[in-house]
Design a protein around this ligand. Sequence first.
Ligand SMILES: [Zn+2]
Length: 435
Amino acid sequence: MHLYRNARVPLVCLPAPLNRPVEGSDPRVEPWRACDVLVDGDRITRVTPAGAEPPAPGVGVTDLGHAMVLPGLLDVHTHLDKAHTWHRAPNPTGEFWDAIKVLGADSVNWTDKDLHRRASFALRCAWANGTNAVRTHVDSGGGVGAAGHAVMARLREEWAGRITLQTVALCGLDGFVNGNAGDIMNLVATHQATALGGFPQPNPDLPRQLDYLLAAAKELGVGVDLHVDESSLVHAECLRATAEAVLRNQFPYPVACGHNCSLAVQPEARALDTLSLVKAAGIGIISLPLCNLYLQGRGYSPEGAPATPRWRGLTLLHEFMEAGVPVACASDNVRDAFYAWGDLDMVEVYTQSVRLGHLDTRLEASPSVATTGPAAIMGLPTHGRVAPGSPADLVVLAATTFNELLARPAARRRLIRGETFRSAEVPAYAELFGG
Ligand SMILES: [Zn+2]
């Protein structure tokens, strides 16, 4: 057993009654509590107020020196099959539809070996950045689905005990309804995918398409995780249609919707009405702030000169959180045509989400977007918490306060794995090309 002393843990990641602010502190400014965390093997067994109990004889002790400490982080929306293709499939316009074309053309290169090399590099980045659960969408509609799912299933085995890897079968809803549902359902069943995915588009047939998708998911006994409304189109209401379909079908498995950008440009009353439907349907909301920042609001003058973005694509983070809807922020694409940068780094996603979404005015709840929020959506109730029974994966930040963390987000962190520290070294890019 090992005792980590003087860890400043965000209140939202602690169990009751430790999750209440101590007297005299202002949780609007610094919503953490100083704790001692006892670890036995790979699990946390006890969390107590700092200094409340002396360590038992024979227990190793490390003083964390009042560092901010997060639980292992969860990245609930990624695309490991597309990751790290930028060097050979760049997208110089940064446009959404160009990204689809560029990666469609690149997908001829997605052999088992290529997929495994890139996806395993991405997982090594996630692990080195302190993440212990990842959900990836896997392109499933075309010729690449079989290889993608097989490689992710292999990676799930290779990373078992470190990163929990969930997969979602991503496809166009048109194709799913009109022919390839059987093939995709086979992939899901064979490779134990967590959910059926898809990117519904506004169209008169949408309710029927969603009914069909939900029926297929029900038959498989899996949830649904969709890309919806990734645009600034006011009439894009696939989130609303999904909520209505879940309620209409009394769909019994977990449902998550990613992006939800267009909600932010709709009339307030309509947007809030959709939000109520989402809550009633029990849908989890996933925001992809960095990728939306990159793709949304792209524009060019009639002469072709790049224009300044006028809107930044963020969904109604505050309003969903206020309503008690599970909310996660996640990486989405990393170093591919949809998003040129990123490193599967949930500390970066968290700190940027605070800045972009003004989550500083909801600071106490804010760490939930990288911890308890995605844990709820992924069905991993002990993850994302510093609590008895949780995995003993801790991220020790080079900061003693939220303010220091948000001011200097790139400072290198240390990682606790069970009773010792482990490496937080990200792999060198050269390793993508070696061997
Ligand atoms: Zn995505």
